[in-house]
Design a protein around this ligand. Sequence first.
Ligand code: BTN
Length: 247
Amino acid sequence: FGRHLHIREVVTSTQDVLRKLAEEGAPEGTLVIAERQDNGRGRMGRSWVSPPGRGVSMSLLMRPDVPLQLAPQLTLLAAVALCRSLGRETGLPIGIKWPNDLLVDGRKISGILLESATEDERLRYVAVGLGIAVNLDADDYPEELLARAVSLKMAAGRAFDRTALIAAVLLEFEQLYAVYKERGFEPIRILWETYSVTLNRTVALNAGQGFFEGVPRGLDESGGLRVELPDGGVRTIYSAEIGDAAP
Ligand code: BTN
């Protein structure tokens, strides 16, 4: 991964650049990195802002030959790849909040956005967008975000070489993807559950129709989150927002 590399100074979003390359036939593993995004996107229609020079904003092209319904598996694979590589490089205790936010002590250090193109109910390609708050300082963040977000530098008390981090992320990604292609989702599922900070505690979930409470117990084989409901039932969700349950 990353052997076909496109480095840009300013883009709207690295996702836009990568998707255009993908439509033009770029090979799997193509990577777009930008120093500045004027229209960075986050999950759930939110925007993603990162000051130039201190974060990592990049998009990686995958062309997995799987049905559309298995896209959540790739989301979770991306989270595990980032969690393992960044954890190893920084020594920080990084956990995964479902589906793919990376947290240190409850504060977000990285976000992942998957956008896919499909054909006949199969994935044609997936653009995996990765945003990592590497060397940001506290005054890079709006005040109201500081309770929920932190950079690797702030958490570890030292700055990191962005190139080394990118290399580590790509290597881990490539290795996990090889495992996924050879042995399927099960090994990835087990790793994800190991790093998860979401399981076995009461949370509030919003899958589109307002918040409900439940206890996430694990992942199913297609990558959905199995949530135990207060009435004892189980609901599997594929896309939702998770907050802390009311105390
Ligand atoms: C989230 O946590 O909501 C996901 C954030 C994803 C941000 C990255 S930065 C590189 C890529 N380009 C984008 O526009 N978004 C992703």
